[in-house]
Design a binder for this molecule. Structure first.
Ligand SMILES: *Cc1c(COP(=O)(O)O)cnc(C)c1O
Length: 557
């Protein structure tokens, strides 16, 4: 449903799209024969303005994708409510480091030949309107397959559904092959959602209205009794299903005990997410080959401490420069800087660090400053109110204590790169086990930024293989039977404790040890990258290779 191609191409909303983009960038680098399908979204995912009072205002992105994409002269049709809709396609090429191309096909209904309501179907990403949503997913799944056939991709061995949104592809494959096993042989599915309420589902009345006679009579046997559930549809027709971290696998098995599910832990594209300074530093220290052989990052322990520190501080200076031109609060590049940026959602608990304001002020005054960023979905009023609260806290802490707390507007790739490389600490405190994996912490680690995070998603693995030397945990370990129930209070107390007694003293009084931890963080990049991840998909999900190229048991920790 979303792929983050470039900062200037606003057709993604968050982690799911970033992951898809990084996976395709690695697939292109590694020569994996692959083609991706998504929609054009001519109004994009919105531009976030924050008013001086702290309210989020959404603006359509007026962008002209004919500058970014190349038009393909092929059309396919799809019936919605028994009316034909014409779908056109555009192409964006992802070119790997060795020249291998992974094309991305973008579907578009904004054509003069379509009726006005049909032209708007590929307008915005994650429209809150259910009719828009189900029709977009028909365009993606059914229109996508028809377009691939039309473009001559007729020897596809595996259709990989990245999250449930694309699962209507299965209905089209059923029409084509008329046999469940024929379909099942061809489909793989990755689930990203660890809560039932978060699964994409549609009312059967709506489905019947839009699909009409196309919908199989026995759809309820495949897609859920009461609602058409895209995850259940995908689970029932996939030869291989995976979750995106080990903990997420555990949670997914609990949700769907009757299915065979594996896990492939997410990663990030290392070359893409490193600051330019760190990239040069790696070129010098590891040799240029590290791009193709990320296992070399295991040698991060041997990096020059002083150069590493200098390199990090160049990225930090860039971030603070950016901050100064985007906020009236002036941050100080000599202070410990803590970053928190991701989609705004209640379960990610962006306000946790403000639980006890006076205590926080006492701990960080003169010592640390905070930078926040993130968009709330336009229909999610609760999450929007969290942004407003951070603004109010920021005013209070600045006026009363001269503590800098800044919210930077319009979180997207460029800002994410500045933040994940330029802060000193990456804060992540979701409510347990609601973060399937998370990837922003991996970007931070790769750049030598230390994670301070609840043990959830990828960090359970990252914290454990680095023996707790690449950052800090917040709250109980997963082995604690009460961990899942740990309340905000318990986590906040531990967060303050770590900041006051461990992190701040270490940063100011033991820089050698801090730099050793930075090296351990970079070392995690040897594993938490999309080259390793795509290799695992190629082997376990796509059946493209038989032997592991990557010895995950032997990453040298
Ligand atoms: C990496 C990234 C995300 C995902 O962040 P999480 O903390 O893993 O949820 C979201 N948005 C942008 C712009 C990103 O770069």
């Amino acid at each position: 449903m979303e792929i983050a191609l470039e900062s200037s191409v606003p057709i993604y909303s968050g982690g799911l799209g970033i992951l898809a983009g990084d996976a395709l960038r690695s697939a292109a680098d590694m020569g994996v024969p692959m083609v991706a399908v998504t929609l054009t979204y001519d109004a994009g995912y919105f531009y976030q303005e924050i008013t001086p009072e702290g309210y989020q205002v959404e603006h359509d992105m007026e962008w002209d994708f004919s500058n970014d994409f190349e038009r393909i002269n092929e059309r396919v049709q799809l019936n919605i409510q028994d009316k034909a809709i014409i779908i056109e396609a555009w192409r964006y090429n992802i070119i790997g480091r060795t020249g291998h191309i992974v094309p991305v096909i973008l579907l578009d209904t904004d054509l003069l030949d379509n009726e006005p309501w049909q032209r708007k179907l590929t307008h915005i990403l994650y429209d809150a309107d259910k009719f828009q949503r189900i029709t977009q997913e028909m365009i993606l799944g059914i229109g996508g397959l028809r377009m691939l056939d039309k473009l001559g991709y007729n020897n596809i061995k595996t259709y990989h559904l990245n999250e449930g949104h694309a699962a209507f592809l299965i209905l089209e494959l059923l029409k084509k092959y008329k046999d469940i096993n024929q379909v099942k042989q061809r489909v793989c599915f990755t689930t990203h959602t660890p809560v039932r309420a978060g699964l994409e589902e549609f009312d059967y009345n709506l489905a019947k209205d839009v699909f009409r006679s196309y919908l199989p009579d026995n759809i309820q046997d495949y897609a859920g009794k009461n609602t058409l559930n895209m995850t259940i549809l995908a689970l029932n027709f996939s030869r291989y299903v995976n979750a995106v971290s080990k903990k997420h696998l555990e949670i997914t098995k609990r949700m769907f005990p009757n299915y065979d599910i594996d896990s492939i832990t997410n990663g990030v594209h290392a070359g893409y997410w490193l600051s330019p300074y760190m990239r040069n530093f790696f070129n010098n220290e590891f040799g240029r080959d590290w791009h193709h052989n990320l296992a070399l990052l295991r040698d991060a322990e041997n990096l020059d401490s002083f150069e590493l520190w200098r390199t990090h501080n160049k990225a930090k200076r860039d971030l603070i420069e950016y901050e100064k031109s985007h906020s009236w609060i002036l941050l100080n590049d000599r202070l410990l800087t803590i970053g928190f940026a991701r989609r705004f959602a209640e379960y990610k608990r962006p306000l946790l660090i403000f639980s006890e304001m006076e205590k926080l002020a006492k701990i960080i005054k003169g010592k640390a400053q905070l930078i926040f960023a993130g968009k709330a979905h336009p229909a999610d009023l609760q999450s929007k109110s969290l942004i407003k609260k951070i603004f109010d806290f920021s005013d209070y802490l600045w006026n009363s204590y001269q503590i800098g707390v800044v919210f930077l507007e319009n979180y997207e790739i460029t800002l994410a790169k500045l933040l994940t490389s330029g802060v000193d600490i990456w804060l992540n405190n979701p409510r347990r086990y609601l973060e399937a994996s998370g990837t922003s912490g991996m970007k931070a680690a790769l750049n030598g930024v230390l994670n301070l995070s609840v043990l959830d998603g990828w960090w359970i693995e990252g914290y454990s293989i680095s023996n707790g030397k690449a950052g800090w945990s917040i709250g109980p370990e997963p082995s604690d039977p009460n961990a899942e129930k740990a309340d905000d209070k318990v986590d906040a107390v531990d967060l303050y404790q770590k900041l006051e007694n461990e992190i701040i003293p270490l940063y100011y009084n033991n820089q050698d040890e801090w730099r050793e931890m930075m090296k351990q963080a970079i070392k995690l990049g040897a594993y938490f990258n999309t080259n390793r991840m795509v290799e695992e998909y190629a082997r376990k999900s796509y059946n493209l290779i038989k032997q592991p190229l990557w010895k995950s048991q032997n990453i040298g920790f």
